[in-house]
Design a binder for this molecule. Structure first.
Ligand code: SF4
Length: 386
């Protein structure tokens, strides 16, 4: 079946120009434009596998309804193509997840589903095609172990992100399990402060109302904590947050008793790490006039690549080639804005210097297919040459 869909996948997502750029030491030149492509970019192993399984599922069950629980990955082009291939999305208006039954096939996305969704689909008797990425399963394994041992999972992630919701649900598999989700250093500092000094539990609960497990009691549930993260967060920030909690617990309970109160595992996935490392290398190696980061606006790992770049050079996070409106205008998501599909875009004028040589860096998030990257290269090249 894998061979059967290989042609379909290549036709949908392959890009000859991306292959050429790769073969040319990740560099592309055209007139005054020199483009440097990050050495790791685009589809990761988990996304590759999830998309492959979805196409296979559509072929394997030709007479049956095939559903996705929601977006398979955070890229609108990939999701639209799956809709066009006849796969229905349970998150679409008019779909009835409660009416699914034995004849229905449901594909679970790369970032997984919550424990309760999994139980419901199993009880309904649906055929499940589980594309949950192995790196996400690895996070779950750690979080379940925390719960088993009575540790609260501190999850560095976005509380509304499907992966973080699924991971948080794993923390409740054992009676003593709890979770608290922190978005960034600022939120981590608030919790660490509370660990060190105690303080107002009501204020803490108020601040993290939608980010803690039911019945969360700061006095009881911050006594033993284990760190985990959404796999696509900024690695440096995740490590720093882990260290902040380690220091807070050491201050509260003493270094000698730390092991009884604090645990941590690095759960950033290797694909995210490689893409972040590659873009840092690109910024170190070349004097860039600007950076283009391509990916869905609700793609966490793409937003984090843009954050890394924006600290060094003018950076435009674009969803697709059409965002390059003209030689003078670019439509993009402001770096640092919340990563949601509804994220507002803004238009920047004068993004391409009119004369002289132009050196542009390019990368793409783990959910961006090569055909979109290739189209961006072609459109950029056309505008730069005008
Ligand atoms: S970003 Fe990482 S965890 Fe997510 S699907 Fe890709 S490889 Fe898996």
């Amino acid at each position: 079946m894998k061979e059967a869909v290989a042609g379909e996948l290549a036709a949908a997502y392959h890009s000859a120009i991306v292959d050429e750029v790769r073969a040319n030491d990740y560099q592309f030149s055209s007139g005054r434009l020199t483009l440097h492509l990050a050495r790791e970019f685009g589809f990761c192993y988990g996304v590759d596998r999830a998309v492959d399984y979805a196409y296979q599922a559509r072929r394997r069950f030709p007479g049956q309804n095939v559903f996705l629980t929601g977006e398979i990955i955070h890229n609108p082009h990939v999701n639209d193509r799956l809709r066009a291939a006849g796969i229905r999305f349970l998150s679409d208006p008019g779909e009835r997840p409660d009416a699914l039954g034995r004849d229905d096939v449901v594909i679970l996305p790369a970032f997984g589903v919550t424990v309760s969704d999994m139980a419901r689909l199993t009880n309904q008797g649906c055929t499940l095609v589980d594309t949950t990425c192995g790196s996400v399963l690895n996070v779950w394994k750690n979080v379940v172990r925390y719960a088993q041992d009575g540790f609260t999972s501190i999850i560095h992630g976005k509380v509304k992100h499907e992966e973080t919701q699924a991971t948080a649900s794993q923390a409740l598999k054992y009676p003593g399990g709890h979770y608290l989700v922190v978005l960034d250093r600022e939120e981590a500092a608030i919790v660490c402060d509370s660990i060190r000094k105690g303080g107002s539990r009501d204020a803490l609960l108020d601040r993290f109302r939608s980010a803690v497990s039911p019945g969360f009691d700061p006095d009881r549930d911050l006594e033993r904590v284990g760190c985990a993260n959404q796999t696509t967060m900024l690695m440096t920030e995740s490590l720093e947050i882990g260290e902040m909690f380690r220091a807070a617990m050491a201050d509260r309970y003493g270094e000698e008793r730390l092991a009884q109160h604090f645990r941590a595992f690095d759960t950033i996935c290797s694909a995210t790490q490689e893409r972040q490392d590659a873009v840092i290398a690109l910024l170190d190696e070349h004097r860039l006039d600007l950076m283009l980061v391509v990916g869905g606006y609700n793609s966490s790992n793409t937003c984090n690549l843009a954050r890394i770049c924006a600290e060094r050079v003018p950076t435009y996070h674009i969803a697709d080639p059409e965002c390059l409106i003209s030689r003078t205008e670019v439509r993009h998501r402001p770096v640092g804005a919340p990563s949601t599909t509804a994220s507002r875009e803004e238009v920047t004028m004068g993004w391409l210097r009119p004369a002289d040589n132009l050196v542009v860096g390019l990368t793409a998030g783990a959910s961006t297919p090569n055909n979109i990257v290739g189209q961006v290269i072609e459109r950029l090249s056309a505008f730069a040459g005008e």
